[in-house]
Design a protein around this ligand. Structure first.
Ligand code: HEC
Ligand code: HEC
Length: 367
């Protein structure tokens, strides 16, 4: 039942934004200046909609302030395979530029070639999220990085993090930087994770064509992109869950937003289904519900969904506009929207305006 309340809330925000009639306050310190941007502006005959574009202020943990030197160190660690158990994986191995900074494999393959259970998501703007992973089980970037590093992704194992930190400490270029950035502490599992997180907080995607358009540059969009945006906000109902400026309702609260779209339920016995958010909340309403992914950079990040089951963006859009995949817990917001092939094409064209146009920069690694 909780989830229905959430649906109403998100739906309400969306309609408020669309009607531009009101400026709701951001919830619980969540970084959402977006709503505040939706100020009223009425022209003679019709009400002009103002689109949110400002990502707002990122919340930085008090015990891990940003600094240039720390971010530089985190950037090196992010690209360094020596951080993994067997030297075969870096964080970057699964969050690749050529895949829009998500992963290439439908289901990620970790250190020692172990198959994981889910698809690597895009990590642009992760610093603005209150909860991480497809099921929101990690409450901070620091917790997420510890999970990725010790778990199957990098394969190190919780019990071996100290030993891995000692190995990193033996690399002179790292030792010097850690001593400078974390005086008196140096290289520890905690400082490694802090540096990685500080770097991730710099991965901001906020200057897309959409942002230009939302700021008032009407020429930034062609007619098809405009049509796609209208459908997205209107008939297709995408905005109910993928609301701007992040194009995901998950950024609007600390706990995130999760819905069941039926992905990964088809032709599966109930006990074989990845239960997603349910494993964290233990609420029936969250069974096989997954975090609403941001659609920023989505045109670059195939394949799609938490299980990487759809290879093309057109097909992912058709699936969502067609009402998802029927199962016992499908969100009531997902219904057949009766769109034409041209409508789908227009939405895809609009989604292309959310390209970040940026790449992660590979640094020189310390010796
Ligand atoms: C083997 C592939 C792989 C490697 C290596 C990897 N990741 Fe990931 N990453 C994933 C997958 C898969 C998920 C989603 C897992 C889930 O939701 O259960 C994920 C999720 C994330 C998220 C959560 C994004 C969100 O939407 O909340 C962040 C942040 C992240 N990874 C950063 C990192 C960092 C930092 C490292 C290095 C310490 C790393 N990843 C290494 C595959 C990988
Ligand atoms: C009820 C909320 C909801 C609505 C409405 C909705 N989506 Fe989604 N969308 C989700 C969730 C949740 C996922 C992730 C599902 C999963 O992987 O299990 C998702 C995933 C996606 C993805 C894949 C993104 C990726 O990185 O893998 C695309 C593309 C997408 N939606 C587009 C749309 C479009 C276009 C519409 C409108 C036609 C729409 N969605 C309507 C909740 C919604």
């Amino acid at each position: 039942m909780k989830i229905e309340t959430r649906i109403e809330f998100v739906g309400l925000i969306a309609s408020l934004v669309m009607a531009a009639a009101c400026t709701p306050e951001p919830k619980g310190g969540a970084p959402s200046a977006s709503a505040a941007k939706a100020t009223a502006s009425t022209s003679a005959a019709e009400e002009k909609m103002e689109l949110p574009f400002d990502l707002g202020k990122m919340t930085i943990p008090e015990d891990n302030p940003q600094s240039e030197a720390k971010v530089k160190l985190g950037n090196q660690l992010f690209f360094d395979k020596r951080l993994s158990k067997d030297g075969t994986r870096s964080c970057y191995s699964c969050h690749l530029n050529e895949d829009g900074n998500g992963g290439k494999d439908p289901i990620a393959i970790g250190a020692e070639e172990k198959k994981l259970t889910r698809h690597s998501p895009v990590i642009w703007n992760v610093g603005y999220l209150g909860s991480h992973y497809w099921d929101g089980r990690a409450p901070s970037l620091e917790a997420q990085a510890t999970g990725a590093w010790s778990g199957g992704n990098m394969g190190v194992g919780k019990e071996n993090l100290e030993a891995k930190a000692k190995e990193i400490e033996k690399i002179d270029g790292y030792k010097k930087q850690f001593d400078a950035v974390f005086p008196g502490v140096g290289v520890t599992p905690d400082t490694i994770v802090k540096a990685l997180s500080a770097y991730e907080r710099t991965l901001v995607c906020d200057s897309t064509l959409y942002d230009k358009y939302a700021k008032g540059d009407a020429k930034a969009f062609n007619d098809e992109q405009k049509k796609g945006l209208d459908l997205f906000l209107g008939k297709a109902g995408c905005v109910n869950c993928h609301n701007p400026p992040f194009f995901s309702a998950a950024y609007g609260s600390k706990e995130g937003a999760y819905y069941n779209a039926g992905i990964g339920t088809k032709d599966k016995k109930e006990e074989e289904v990845d239960v997603g958010r349910f494993s964290v909340s233990k609420k029936d309403a969250d069974w096989a519900a997954f975090k609403v992914p941001s659609l920023r950079n989505v045109s670059k990040s195939a394949p799609y969904f938490h299980d990487g089951s759809v290879a093309k963006l057109e097909d992912a859009v058709s699936l969502m506009a067609g009402g998802g995949i029927k199962n016992k817990n499908l969100s009531a917001l997902l219904t057949e929207k009766n769109l034409t092939t041209d409508d789908i094409k227009a939405i895809v064209a609009f989604l292309g305006t959310l390209d970040c146009g940026k790449t992660l920069v590979e640094p020189e690694l310390p010796k």
